[in-house]
Design a protein around this ligand. Structure first.
Ligand code: MLC
Ligand code: AMP
Length: 493
């Protein structure tokens, strides 16, 4: 049995979590999360709970709640605190949590408010002399740790079941690739309901016995402040590095702060070479890219101790097997930097299954290999460079994966919309921007046609604000082929 957080069990007095001016050491975290884990355990023994929802605000409470669920051996389903009605209804119906953990006073929306609730109380146990009691026994390695919802091309998001084994493996592989130690202080402002911010950004430092400073909300000024203090590593999505790259040339404090960091890591989408170049020119530092996915956690990374591999996502992490496969399903042997194939991966970093979706789980594998849908080349040094994606109906905006189909369905549920198609368009800041193409309803009962803003608000309310269209085009008809399928390529033309 792999002990997930040795520093918690050892009662280490070293700093562990800091959100704003609130902080906990590993020992204090054990003193808060241990009793909460016991309460979760009691509830799950009486109520048969195997899954609990966590209202995943970017706060100390969320980090404590997730650690408590992991100690209790109950799978945590982190929920975006800005989630819309339709998406929340789906996640609650699909994951059937028996309990919700939330910060005291948080106002929970309908389906979560209807569940039994445990407040994550921190105040008392965070006292200086807090002495942790015994922690529950370590759950088995294959026990589900987290269920993270992720978009597909069609239909509502799927729950990715991540076992403790995958979490432990990926974090240890990153320890090796980045020489990540207990002395590192990680700085970031990522949301805590996805793999990047939660597993890498919170569980990563806890597993190393190091610490994380979460900024609450991203700003270049906050990054400069924390890296000028004791921060040693920065994690961010390309949109964040793009904003840093725009400011760094004219902000010597930011340039100095980025220059003194031990490691700047970008992931969740591709970081354009122009942003790499701007940051390196102003700071003398290179940003390292790593490549992962909710289903696989981390697959490859540029190594901190390796040669410059800017513009690639580096080499496979220890224990992870990566291959490129051509259209006929044959493995590509060439490492010529030119032959493009789909990335497939296998290894202890992989998820177990999509919750309640054996069909989707089957379809995602080619034998033991997981099909990522990402297209890449491999160079002579073994570095992978991602060149595109198989599915045009998946959009990466601000580092969030968003399925065109779920937005189309949400738009069609608006009474003023007769037809809808959604595409991604290149965007300097977000990487890709969501664009909606809409034919409005023109019947006698349909009222005045909706405005672009009204449709964006509608999607934000139904799904989540980051899924709202940033541009809406109104058309008389959508271009379709003889079969009635929308010709998305013709839309941008
Ligand atoms: C705007 N807002 C609305 C709205 N319009 N709210 C409701 N209705 C509307 N119509 C609000 C938003 O909620 C938000 O509120 C504010 O306006 C700005 O919203 P935004 O434009 O979406 O935010 P933006 O500034 O663009 O955010 C950029 C960002 C963000 C980079 C900070 O995209 C982000 O955090 N990305 C991280 C995604 C991530 O973690 N991905 C990892 C996936 S895991 P307010 O109050 O905030 O202003 C993965 C695997 C791997 O991919 O490899 O890592
Ligand atoms: P998600 O499903 O939200 O976990 O997103 C996973 C996807 O993000 C991958 O399939 C890739 O398309 C993309 N991705 C993650 N990291 C990188 C990276 N460093 N470069 C390019 N794309 C990336």
């Amino acid at each position: 049995m792999n002990v997930l957080f040795p520093a918690l069990r050892d009662g280490s007095p070293a700093p562990a979590l800091r959100f704003g001016d609130r902080a906990l050491s590993h020992r204090q975290l054990a003193a808060v999360a241990g009793p909460l884990a016991d309460r979760i355990g009691e509830r799950s023994r009486t109520g048969g709970a195997t899954r609990i929802a966590i209202w995943a605000t970017p706060t100390l409470e969320t980090a404590v709640g997730v650690v408590a669920a992991l100690l209790a051996g109950v799978a945590a389903v982190p929920v975006n605190p800005r989630i819309g009605e339709r998406e929340l209804a789906h996640i609650v119906a699909d994951s059937t949590p028996s309990l919700v953990l939330a910060e005291p006073g948080a106002d929970l929306p309908g389906p979560l408010a209807a569940l039994p609730r445990l407040d994550i109380e921190i105040a008392d146990a965070a006292a200086e002399e807090a002495v942790p009691g015994p922690l529950p026994p370590e759950p088995a390695d294959e026990t589900p740790a987290l269920i993270v919802y992720t978009s597909g091309t069609t239909g509502p998001p799927k729950g990715v079941v991540l076992p403790r084994r995958a979490v432990a493996h990926t974090l240890d592989a990153l320890e090796d690739a980045w020489q990540w130690t207990a002395d590192d202080v990680l700085v970031h402002a990522l949301p805590l309901f996805h793999v990047h911010g939660l597993i890498l950004g919170v569980l990563g430092p806890l597993r190393r016995g190091g610490s994380v400073h979460h900024l609450g909300r991203f700003s270049t000024a906050a990054v400069a402040r924390e890296l000028s203090a004791d921060g040693t590593m920065l994690f961010g999505v390309p949109t964040m590095y793009h904003r840093l790259a725009l400011d760094v040339g004219s902000d010597p404090v930011l340039a100095k702060a980025l220059g003194r960091a031990r490691l700047l890591v970008s992931g969740s989408a591709a970081l354009p070479l122009t942003d790499h170049a701007r940051i390196t020119a102003a700071t003398g530092r290179r940003v390292i890219e790593r490549y992962g996915m909710t289903e696989t956690l981390m697959n490859t990374s540029v190594r901190a101790d390796g040669p410059d591999a800017t513009g690639t996502v580096g080499v496979p992490l220890p224990g992870v097997y990566v291959r490129l496969v051509d259209d006929a399903g044959r493995a590509i042997e060439a490492s010529d930097g030119e032959t493009v194939g789909e990335i497939q991966v296998r290894g202890p970093n992989l998820f177990t299954e999509y919750l309640n979706r054996p069909d989707a789980t089957d379809a995602a594998f080619d034998g033991g290999w997981f099909r990522t849908g990402d297209m890449a080349v491999r160079d002579t040094a073994g570095n992978y460079r991602i060149v595109g994606r198989k599915a045009t109906d998946l959009i990466k905006s601000g580092g969030y994966k968003i399925g065109a189909g779920e937005i189309e369905n949400a738009l069609l549920a608006h009474p003023g919309v007769a037809e809808a198609a959604v595409t991604g368009a290149p965007d300097e800041d977000l990487g890709e921007r969501i664009v909606a193409w809409v034919v409005t309803e023109s019947g006698p009962d349909s009222g005045p046609p909706p405005t672009a803003e009204e449709l964006a608000d509608h999607v934000a309310r139904q799904l989540a604000p980051h899924k709202r269209p940033r541009t809406v085009h109104f058309l008389a008809a959508l271009p379709r082929n003889d079969m009635g399928k929308v010709l998305k390529r013709e839309l941008h033309a």
